[in-house]
Design a protein around this ligand. Structure first.
Ligand code: MRU
Length: 343
């Protein structure tokens, strides 16, 4: 399963607003089309957004060459537009900065476009490789017959392939462990029930969808062995921004003595923000809370707040699983070590 592909100079995006009812591929030929796809969450998940943005830059450069314009200016415009799509996932800015660095030395003309294309393809390929490594490290933390609770979608659909937190679950299964997954439906976009459940069904992994508010009750019953989630940005001290609801899960897990793990590639770590308070949190259109599949669920005149992410303090996290290894508390020291180039 893939969230996106680069074919004949076009970015193909599997429209995640339509899943699981319809598998519809959107063809993006311009920077604006990619930006719209990210904003509308046709493509979503921190690593997948980064890959899409990288190809968005290629499309901008491609168009500039066709129109006889300078690539350097087109790349600057593309980066500015794509950076304004969603603020929280740092992978977006990480990928754009990689593309900018290549553009600085690539010069002009078709060969420069080809260099940018190779870089975007590398961003995509590396993400898959990195996720498989996260999976191998993380699988060591998954006991036999584990009942695992996860939130949002962190699988192949959220990445170039394989997934991060869901990749760990995949890897555990590949190692022959029996696992059972509690899938938080993840209001209001339903990444859990629409996307994670879709991936689990395709993989033949046992999954059960629960409403978000059921999670703590299952922990109290002793039905959850561990929680594993992804991340949109990890601050220098190990605080983690992830899908709204993650913080509540971490509190509930700690209260019940259940391990709480975060799986994320190093491209999700942002050493420039000291702690979680400095991570920009996206606020989305309240209509996404007020409506479900276009049907209004609240009376006329009612208002809503739609925070798309929250921050989990590092003190509630038992391990950060990266492609370079598993970071254990004290996380501020472990993350500093990782950012300096070790594990
Ligand atoms: O709003 P989304 O669906 O883009 O949010 C996605 C998440 O919060 C994921 O947990 C995170 O990006 C990690 S995906 C491997």
């Amino acid at each position: 399963m893939r969230a996106l592909g680069w074919i004949d100079g076009e970015l193909l995006i599997l429209d995640q607003t339509r899943l699981p009812l319809e598998e519809r591929w959107v063809h993006c030929r311009t920077v604006e089309e990619v930006a719209e796809a990210i904003e509308a969450m046709r493509v979503r998940g921190a690593p997948a957004i980064g890959v899409a943005a990288a190809f968005g830059v290629v499309l901008g450069a491609q168009k500039a060459v066709e129109q006889g314009r300078r690539i350097s200016a087109a790349v600057r415009e593309a980066v500015t537009r794509l950076a304004a799509t969603r603020p929280t996932a740092v992978n977006l800015f990480w990928a754009l900065s990689r593309m900018e660095k290549v553009a600085e030395v690539a010069g002009e003309g078709r060969e420069a476009v080809a260099r940018l294309e190779r870089e975007a393809e590398a961003v995509m390929r590396e993400d898959e490789r990195v996720n498989r490594r996260i999976g191998r490290w993380g699988a060591e933390l998954i006991p036999q017959r584990a009942r695992i609770l996860t939130h949002c979608n962190t699988g192949a659909l959220a990445t170039a392939a394989y997934g991060t937190a869901l990749g760990v679950i995949r890897a555990a299964r590949e190692e022959g462990k029996e696992v059972q997954v509690w899938v938080d439906e993840t209001r209001p976009f339903f990444q859990g029930s629409r996307l994670t459940a879709y991936e689990l069904v395709q993989e033949g992994i046992e999954g059960t969808i629960i409403t978000d508010s059921t999670a703590a009750a299952l922990m109290a019953k002793g039905w959850v062995d561990l929680v594993i989630v992804g991340a949109d940005r990890v601050a220098a001290n190990g605080d983690v921004a992830n899908k709204i609801g993650t913080y509540g899960l971490a509190i509930a897990a700690r209260y019940h003595g259940i391990p709480f793990y975060v799986a994320a590639p190093t491209s999700t770590f942002d050493g420039s923000v000291a702690d979680g308070r400095a991570i920009p949190i996206e606020e989305r259109n309240p209509d996404e809370v007020l409506q479900v599949a276009g049907v209004r669920m609240a009376p006329p005149g009612a208002s809503a707040l739609h925070l798309a992410f929250d921050v989990t303090p590092h003190s509630l996290i038992d391990a950060l699983i990266t492609e370079k290894g598993v970071l254990r508390p004290p996380l501020p020291d472990a993350v500093q070590g990782l950012l300096r180039g070790g594990t």
